[in-house]
Structure formats: C-alpha cells, structure tokens
Design a protein around this ligand. Sequence first.
Ligand code: DGL
Length: 269
Amino acid sequence: MDKRPIGVFDSGLGGLSCVKEIMKIMPNEDVIYFGDTGRVPYGTRSRETIIKYVRQDIRFLEGFDIKAIIIACGTASSAALPWIADENDTKIMGVVEPAAKAAVSATKNKKIGVLGTGATVKYGKYASNIKALCPDAEIVQKACPLFVPLVENGYTDSDVARLIAAEYLEDMKKKSVDTLILGCTHYPLLKKVIGDIMGKDVTLIDSGAMAASAAYEFLKQESLLNESGENGKYRYFVSDSVEDFSALGGMFLDRPIKESVEKIDIEGF
Ligand code: DGL
C-alpha cells in the first residue's frame, strides 16, 4: 500500500472529470490537482509549446511526494506524452490509451468517432491506438475548438451549445458511428447535449473517467492503492483566478469545491 497522493493535471477545469471518477472508484486516494487556467486552451497551440507546458506541469506536481501522475487532458496526452514518456521516473498515464481501449470494446459496427481539440485530432493518437487494437475500424475524427470555451464559461446545457454540437456532430451521424470518444476531458460536461444529438444507441466514452479506471488497475496491480480506509484529501492549484476555478469546478465534480485552491506561477517551473 502507498498513501502518497496521485497528481492530476489539465490545461484547465476539464481534468476534474477524471478527479470525479477517482473520488468515486478510489475514495481513499489523496489527489493534488493542477489546472493550468492561465494558459488554457492547449489545443490551439503548437506541439513545442504544449510539450513545454506539460514538462512544467509535471515538474510542479513532482515537487510533491506523489506516486503517479495522470495527464487528464486529451491534448497533452496526444501532443506531448508520446514525446516525453521516457523523461520521468514518475509513472505518467494519459487519457488516450484507456479511452481507445474502451471504444474498441464498446463498438459493434467498428465505426468509432473521436471528438477532440485541434491538436488532438492533428496528432491522431486516439486513431492510431484504436487501429492498433482493431485494424479494420473506421474512425471519424472531428476537432471541436468551440467546446472548451463553452464549458469553461458554464454554457453546458444551452441553446448555443446545442447549435454548435449539431454542426460538429453532423459527420459522426452521417457515418453512423456507434461509439464516440469524448477525447477532451472538458467534453463530458456536454454529454447530455452530445447524447441527445447522437441518440441513445451511441456509446459515449468519457476519456477522463477511463483514465481514472486505468490508473486504478495500475495502482492495484502494483500494490500502490491507498487502503487506509481514510477519506481522500484534495488539494487544488491553478495558474489563474482561484475564484473562477472554485465556482465552476463544482460542475465537473458534481459537488462544491470546499477545499482551498491556491494560485501558483507555473512559468517558474
Ligand atoms: N482538457 C483539454 C483536453 O482534454 C482541452 C482544453 C485545451 O484545449 O486545453 O484536450
């Protein structure tokens, strides 16, 4: 057993969809969360910049005595993790592999959709992971750059979200995908809108939740789970407004953020 916390980071609030699942399936685990709210979005930036940000995020979390890091960000997992995976002693897990695996198990017609940021779609890591598991899968990818600002500003169940989602999902419907990866950890907040448009026969895969399940399996296998029986403790750090994070973060976690949220200067890492 290992009582050290798990480090989790994202470009902003989206990674909290992974933390929500950690709270559910590993309630004893302590979590240190970093949301890079001062530099969100990552998805419109170059790979070099995303890698620089991700290295800083990892260095910040490694300053705590953590046992593993989850990159709870589709963009960072696609555009940085494959290039920096060997740089660290800490175990680092992303969202791409677990979500691709879940999609391959869920699909019946082998038509899988992937929604993500521009960078996520550009680097095609969900697609290559799906292909490695199911070579004859047909994959439809779509970059959805307007989803993140909608979510970060709380427009999750709104007419504007429905309009934009209808446009983004047109191709997914035309091509009859039966499984759709929400390849950005912000998107589960739009699950209702996306689900209404796609219909109940389409399985939506929550990449953040899948990463939490994969982390559970890893920690269990390595005997690193916290089995103390004590409730997990949570610490949150951001690179911009503490108030905005506390107010909106509750939407992702489905419970208010009562713990302290601290602002840090991520450029110093
Ligand atoms: N949460 C990030 C992801 O999973 C999206 C936001 C961004 O572009 O930074 O891709």
